[in-house]
Design a protein around this ligand. Structure first.
Ligand code: IOT
Ligand code: MG
Ligand code: MG
Length: 507
């Protein structure tokens, strides 16, 4: 039976040969906490889990040690079939431990999932991300000690680590982010590290008849949505655009009762009428949530705290969603399983409003080369409110199909994201299928509200984007590097301070 929420949504793990003090576990993600300790060879693994009631499902013994696993797998049945002797593991952690016994680090090439994992086994520490790095994983490594966590802030007081073949984290010297689709195989005693790439975005493009492409997109998406809906009633964050409407429609089709949908807007802009059309069509229990622009902007620190993202454009996409998640409340039975349409525009080039095919494919190549480290899919974004989010368009199989379609299937018959629209032609109302793209930052008025706040602090138009970037950096320094709670950080005050530096004499 599929669990409704993953056993764990985050961890801090400490593999060490001496017996010194461990770090205090600090996470933005909300949830119960569980501490676990296991001897593995000449080291001890201490693990702190953020979980939703069944922490035992997030850890497993391996032959020479133990594994911690945050997140979930989407190709369980396939994977179980690989195990010798008809074994039936009782959790994703046990399944990965069993695969590790057979395939060692190559086990991670088999997984389609949303996870971060650490295995401490026979003097090694193996750190792994999913293909998209969708559950961020950070590490600080020195001889005799490997620290890893799903949030960088959990490592802010770690002793300085050695350089790793991974991305350094701003102002946390010696802390690195494990790349997407990567396993780092570390010898604990010496801190020497061997990286293995387990996934890379396809570079080749497939030529297919229309019907075949449409069919492949429909089939893989149906499977990805089915693998993500769990036991309870799924909740889809719905704008009424083609991406999220597709997810809602496919989730509703396989659900026995009505699914839940929710749409956010502000006092300045919303997509409520568009979302309502879809909600009515799929028969969901639908809710509009209006968040005043002031409240929205006050959630900027929470967004950076959760995502640990430094890119101001991406933060503008994540801010309205984080504000929405915080407004949902927890309900009686704890966190919700939330499906989004996030990420569809990356492999399909939807953001670029580009009809020329070379430019469209250049944009897709660029976005597939640069997503890593942005943390736009981080579970902590909904985790700050205790929910678990998952993104069917970044399912490994869906992504492989979407990226590799030749550009003429993405832009066709005068429409962007043509292949997806065509795949949903018989499922969604025509007006939804042909609705032009509107970004969440546009439809919610987030970009314009943030710009206005910056302009009101005396910043000229041509410096607005630069100031936004510096504001995000300054907030990152407070809530990640210094470890402050986002409730203590006022967006307006940070904007004024940054504006005062960039444009002297404004305040
Ligand atoms: P957009 O595609 O508009 O929204 C992303 C998802 O957020 C939607 O599929 C939907 O699930 C949810 N959402 C959007 N608006 C609302 C709303 N008003 N109420 C409730 N839920 C909503 C930006 C964008 O255009 O968002 N995201 C792009 C591109 C990311 C760029 N990243 C990169 N190049 N690395 C995306 O592909 O999602
Ligand atoms: Mg979209
Ligand atoms: Mg949109």
């Amino acid at each position: 039976m599929e669990p409704n929420l993953p056993a764990a949504t985050g961890f801090l793990a400490d593999v060490r040969q001496d017996g010194g003090r461990t770090l205090a576990p600090v996470f933005a993600a909300l949830g119960a906490r569980d501490r676990w300790q296991e001897r593995t060879g000449d080291a001890v693994l201490h693990a702190d889990l953020v979980h939703s009631g069944t922490p035992a499902g997030a850890r497993a013994r391996t032959r020479g040690g133990a594994l911690v696993f945050a997140g979930e797998l989407y190709n369980r049945d396939e994977l179980v079939g690989l195990l010798p002797g008809g074994a039936s593991p009782d959790s994703d952690a046990t399944l990965v431990a069993a695969l590790f016994a057979v395939y060692d680090v190559h086990a991670f090439r088999l997984l389609n999932g949303r996870f971060a994992a650490l295995i401490a086994d026979s003097g090694r520490a193996v750190l792994a991300t999913d293909h998209a790095g969708s559950v961020p994983l950070y590490a600080s490594v020195a001889p005799g000690r490997v620290l890893a966590a799903t949030e960088a802030k959990a490592l802010r007081t770690a002793p300085r680590g050695r350089p790793l073949p991974a991305r350094p984290v701003r102002r946390l010297p010696g802390t690195h982010q494990v790349p997407a689709g990567t396993v780092l195989d570390i010898a604990v005693a010496t801190a020497s590290c061997l990286p293995h790439r387990t996934w890379t975005p396809p570079l080749a493009r497939r030529v297919m008849p229309e019907e075949e492409a449409v069919d492949a997109v429909r089939r893989t998406l149906e499977r990805a949505v089915a693998a993500r809906t769990g036991r309870g009633t799924p909740l889809v964050v719905l704008s009424g655009g083609i991406d999220s409407s597709t997810v809602a429609a496919l989730a509703a089709r396989r659900s026995t009762g009505p699914i839940d949908t929710v749409s956010m807007g502000t006092d300045e802009a919303d997509e409520f009428p568009q979302a309502r059309v879809v909600a009515r069509h799929v028969g969901s229990t639908h809710r509009d949530v209006t968040i005043p622009a002031d409240e929205l902007l006050s959630r900027l620190p929470h967004t950076v705290w959760a995502s640990e993202c430094l890119d101001p454009d991406i933060v503008e996409y994540l801010l309205p969603l984080t504000a929405l998640y915080l407004r949902l409340g927890r309900g009686g039975d704890g966190g919700r399983r939330i499906l989004t349409g996030y990420g569809a525009d990356i492999p399909l080039g939807g953001m670029h409003r580009e009809s020329r095919l070379p430019q469209l494919d250049t944009a897709v190549c660029h976005d597939m080369d640069t997503f890593d480290g942005l943390n736009e899919m981080a579970p902590a974004l909904s985790g700050v409110a205790g929910h678990w989010s998952t993104h069917p368009y970044w399912d490994r199989d869906v992504l492989d199909v979407l990226v590799s379609l030749e550009a003429g299937l993405k832009r066709r018959h005068g429409r962007d994201k043509w292949v997806l629209r065509a795949a949903m032609d018989d499922v969604l109302p025509h007006e939804v299928v042909v609705r032009p793209k509107l970004g969440v930052h546009e439809g919610s008025g987030t970009t314009s509200s943030f710009s206005r706040l910056v302009r009101d602090a005396g910043v000229p138009r041509d410096l607005v984007h630069r100031v936004k970037g510096l504001v995000v950096q300054a907030i990152f320094d407070r809530v990640v590097v210094e470890g402050r709670h986002p409730d203590e950080v006022a967006t307006g005050a940070v904007v004024e301070r940054v504006a005062g530096h960039v444009v002297p004499g404004t305040r």
